[in-house]
Design a protein around this ligand. Structure first.
Ligand SMILES: NC(=O)C1=CN([C@@H]2O[C@H](COP(=O)(O)OP(=O)(O)OC[C@H]3O[C@@H](n4cnc5c(N)ncnc54)[C@H](O)[C@@H]3O)[C@@H](O)[C@H]2O)C=CC1
Ligand SMILES: O=C(O)C(=O)COP(=O)(O)O
Length: 636
C-alpha cells in the first residue's frame, strides 16, 4: 500500500501502520518522498510516542502528522542518553521514547506505558518501579555492565528479564583506570587546578613513580585483566586477587593470583574492579586500610559501595593511605560537600569510566540488540536473571522446549488432591551429562506452575517460584543412542495420589515420558503404559479392563455430546487385563458430559469416574512452536 493514496485523517490500524512503516522506511507519510540526508524528518525517538510527529519539506506535510500510537508495537523508554547507532536500530523495531532523566516519581508514574526500559547507571529501577509496571515491563536493558541499580530480585519476581551490555565498555573503563592511576601518581588534577588559579608551584606537586611498583588488581574480570595488561606495559608488577578467576588466564597474562590478605599487604597501588554485591559492599574498610602498606594508593573505577567512605577518609587523614582516585560513589552524584570529593588527597571524575564515544556507541548497539532480541522472543546470552543459554545450544534445544513444558503440564494435571513435592526430570541424550538442561528444566517448571499458581510464570522466574513453593527438583541425564540432542525426556512427580491411577509408575510417582516427532511434542508413556499421542488440545484418559465394546460405548457418549474425536490410542498390559484409552478431542467436554460418563460407566456395572482424567495442552503446540520463545515466556 502506498502512503500517497491514503486519506489524511487517521482511520484505523492499517492506516497508522502504513504511515509508520513509510516513515520508518525513510519515506514521508504524506508525500511518499524518500528521506535523504538532511531531510527535515524529526527523529522518532526524540518525542513521546503519543505525540510523535514527522515532517517533510514537501507542501503536503507542512503541518505535522501523528504517525504512531503507543499501543501499536513494543514501546521502549530510553531513560538515559544512548549512542545514536543503537537508537537507530531500536527505532526500526520499536517505538522509542527518549524522555531522559525522569525523577524516581516520574518513572514510577510512566513505567506501565512501556514494554522495555533502557538505562545506564543513573536510573534506579526499584521494586516500586516493577510494581508500578503492572506486568507490562518485560525487559530492563542496562547499557553497560553494573546492574546494581536494578532490583534484580524484584525483576525476577515480576518475571522481567534484565539484560546488560557487558563487553563494549571494558576497554574504556580500563583506560580510565590507567588514566586515573597516572593522574594520581603525578598530581595532574591538582597541578592543573593550581595553574588555573594562576600558580606555578612545581615543588608542591612532586609525584611518585609507578615503574617497578606493585599493582594489585582487585577483581580480575574483563576490566581488571585489561588494566593488568596496560599496567604491565607501564612497567608495574601486577598481582591480582579474584576468588573466582582462573589460574590459567592469570598465568597467560603473566599475573600472579594471590589471596586477599597477600594483595592487601603487599601492593603499592590498588585498582578495584569487582562488582558491588552484598559480599563486596564496604570490602575496603578500616581494618583493610590499616593492613595496607603505608602510602598505598587506590583507584576505584568499579562501584563506590565497595569502599567505606568514612574509613577511607580516616586512612587518608592519618596518612596511611597516600592518595585515592575515585570515578564512582555510593550515591551518585555524591554532593559537593562529600568528604572524599573535597579531600585534597583525592581526585575524582563523575563516573566517566564508560564515557568514550566509542564505548557509548558500542554499548548502545550491544544493549539495543539484546533488548530487541528479547522483545522478539529470542533468548539473550547476556540475560542476568534467566538461564543463559548460548545461541548454538538454544537452536539445538528449541524443538524440545514445548516437549518439556508439555510434560510438566501433563504430569501436574494427573496429580490428585495431595499436592506436589519432589519433581524428577530425566533426559535421555547422546550428550549424557554434557547436555545443557537449564532451559528444559525451566520449561518443565513453567508447565507445572502454570497449572497450579496464578503467578505469572516465565523463564525468568520459574526456578524462583518453584523454590518459593518448596518444590524439590532433581535432574538426571542418561546417555542414549540417537542422532538428536534429546532422544526422550520424562517427568515424575512424587505425590500421595493421582487423579488417574494408571499414571503411577512402579515407584508410586506420577510418570510421563515423551519425545519430539516431526517437531511435535509427543507423549510416549503414562505411568507404566505405552501411549502414542501428540501433546495437543484435549485428551481424555480412561482406564478400563480390556473388554469388547468399551471403545464404541465411550465414542457414543462423546458423539451424543457433539464432541469430535481426533484420535484414539489403546494400550493394555495383556488381553483382558488393565488397559488405558487416550482419546483426543476437538473440544473440551463440559462437566455435565463427565457426569454422563459417570452414569454411563455405572450402567455398565462399574463406576470408573476415578479412573478418567482430562489432559489439556495449549490449543495448538505447533502454533506454540512457531512463536519465538521469549515472546511466549513473557506474554502474560
Ligand atoms: N566506572 C565505570 O564507568 C565502569 C565501571 N564498571 C564496573 O567495573 C566492575 C568490573 O566490570 P567487569 O570487569 O566488566 O566485570 P566482570 O564481571 O568481568 O569482572 C568482575 C570480576 O570481579 C570478580 N569478583 C567478584 N567478587 C569478588 C571479590 N569479592 N573479590 C575480588 N574479585 C571479585 C569476579 O570474579 C569477576 O572476575 C563492575 O563493578 C562494573 O560495574 C564497568 C564498566 C564501566
Ligand atoms: O558499565 C558500567 O558498569 C558502568 O559503570 C558504566 O556506567 P554508565 O553507563 O556510564 O552510567
Amino acid at each position: 500500500m502506498q502512503a500517497q493514496g491514503l486519506p489524511t485523517a487517521f482511520r484505523g490500524v492499517a492506516w497508522r501502520y502504513t504511515r509508520r512503516a513509510a516513515a520508518r522506511n525513510g519515506r514521508c507519510p504524506e508525500s511518499g518522498a524518500v528521506r535523504t540526508a538532511g531531510a527535515a524528518f524529526k527523529k522518532w525517538g526524540s518525542v513521546h510516542p503519543s505525540q510523535r510527529w514527522a515532517t517533510c519539506t514537501c507542501a503536503k506535510a507542512s503541518k505535522p502528522v501523528a504517525v504512531v500510537s503507543a499501543q501499536e508495537g513494543p514501546t521502549v523508554l530510553v531513560a538515559e542518553k544512548l549512542g545514536s547507532a543503537g537508537l537507530e536500530i531500536l527505532e526500526k523495531f520499536a517505538v522509542a521514547d527518549t524522555t531522559y532523566d525522569l525523577s524516581p516519581d516520574e518513572l514510577v508514574a510512566k513505567i506501565s506505558e512501556y514494554d522495555a526500559i533502557i538505562i545506564r547507571s543513573g536510573t534506579q529501577v526499584t521494586r516500586e518501579v516493577f510494581e508500578a509496571a503492572n506486568g507490562r515491563l518485560k525487559v530492563v536493558g542496562r547499557a553497560g555492565v553494573g546492574v546494581d541499580n536494578v532490583d534484580l530480585a524484584a525483576a525476577t519476581e515480576h518475571g522481567c528479564l534484565v539484560v546488560n551490555a557487558p563487553t563494549a565498555n571494558t576497554v574504556a573503563a580500563a583506560e580510565h583506570g590507567i588514566a586515573l592511576l597516572c593522574a594520581l601518581s603525578r598530581n595532574v588534577a591538582q597541578a592543573d587546578a593550581s595553574m588555573k588559579h594562576g600558580e606555578w608551584t612545581r615543588s608542591k606537586f612532586i609525584g611518585t613513580g609507578i615503574i617497578g611498583k606493585t599493582l594489585a588488581v582487585m577483581g580480575f574480570g574483563k576490566v581488571g585483566s585489561e588494566v593488568a595488561r596496560r599496567a604491565q606495559g607501564l612497567g608495574m608488577v601486577v598481582i591480582a586477587h579474584d576468588p573466582y578467576a582462573s589460574e590459567e588466564k592469570a598465568r597467560a597474562l603473566g599475573v600472579k593470583l594471590v589471596s586477599f590478605d597477600e594483595a592487601i599487604e603487599s601492593a603499592d597501588f590498588f585498582s578495584l574492579h569487582m562488582p558491588l554485591t552484598p559480599s563486596t559492599k564496604n570490602m575496603f574498610n578500616d581494618d583493610v586500610f590499616g593492613r595496607m602498606k603505608k602510602g598505598a594508593r587506590i583507584v576505584n573505577v568499579a562501584r563506590g559501595g565497595v569502599i567505606d567512605d568514612q574509613a577511607l577518609k580516616r586512612a587518608l587523614d592519618d596518612g596511611h593511605v597516600a592518595q585515592a582516585a575515585l570515578d564512582v560513589f555510593e550515591t551518585e552524584p555524591p554532593g559537593n560537600d562529600h568528604p572524599l570529593v573535597t579531600h585534597p588527597k583525592v581526585i575524582c571524575t563523575p563516573h566517566l569510566g564508560a564515557s568514550t564515544s566509542e564505548a557509548q556507541e558500542g554499548v548502545a548497539v550491544e544493549i539495543v540488540e539484546a533488548v530487541v532480541a528479547a522483545l522478539r522472543g529470542e533468548l539473550v546470552s547476556t540475560a542476568i536473571n534467566a538461564p543463559m543459554v548460548p545461541p548454538d545450544v538454544l537452536v539445538e534445544l528449541q524443538p524440545y522446549v514445548s516437549l518439556a513444558q508439555g510434560l510438566g503440564k501433563a504430569a501436574v494435571q494427573l496429580v490428585g488432591d495431595t499436592g506436589v513435592s519432589d519433581i524428577s526430570i530425566c533426559y535421555s541424550s547422546p550428550r549424557g551429562d554434557d547436555l545443557d538442561t537449564r532451559l528444559l528444566r525451566a520449561m518443565v517448571i513453567k508447565g507445572i506452575l502454570e497449572e497450579i499458581t496464578t503467578a505469572r510464570v516465565n523463564l525468568v522466574n520459574a526456578d524462583l517460584l518453584a523454590q518459593n513453593r518448596g518444590l524439590r527438583i532433581s535432574e538426571m541425564t542418561v546417555r542414549s543412542e540417537g542422532r538428536t540432542i534429546l532422544t526422550s525426556m520424562s517427568v515424575a512427580i512424587g505425590t500421595a495420589s493421582s487423579k488417574f491411577s494408571a499414571a503411577m509408575d512402579t515407584a508410586s510417582r506420577i510418570y510421563v515420558e515423551g519425545c519430539v516427532k516431526d517437531d511435535v511434542p509427543w507423549l510416549d508413556k503414562i505411568g507404566t503404559f505405552d501411549v502414542d499421542l501428540a501433546m495437543y488440545g484435549y485428551v481424555l484418559l480412561v482406564r478400563q479392563q480390556d473388554q469388547p465394546g468399551i471403545i464404541a460405548a465411550c465414542a457414543k457418549v462423546l458423539g451424543e455430546a457433539n464432541i469430535n474425536i481426533s484420535f484414539m490410542t489403546v494400550s493394555r498390559t495383556g488381553k483382558g487385563e488393565d488397559a488405558i484409552m487416550a482419546i483426543g478431542l476437538d473440544d473440551e467436554p463440559t462437566p455435565e458430559v463427565s457426569q454422563d460418563h459417570c452414569c454411563f460407566w455405572c450402567q455398565q456395572g462399574r463406576c470408573l469416574l476415578d479412573t478418567m482424567c482430562m489432559l489439556r495442552w495449549a490449543s495448538s503446540s505447533c502454533d506454540w512452536l512457531s512463536e519465538s520463545m521469549l515472546v511466549h515466556f513473557l506474554a502474560y
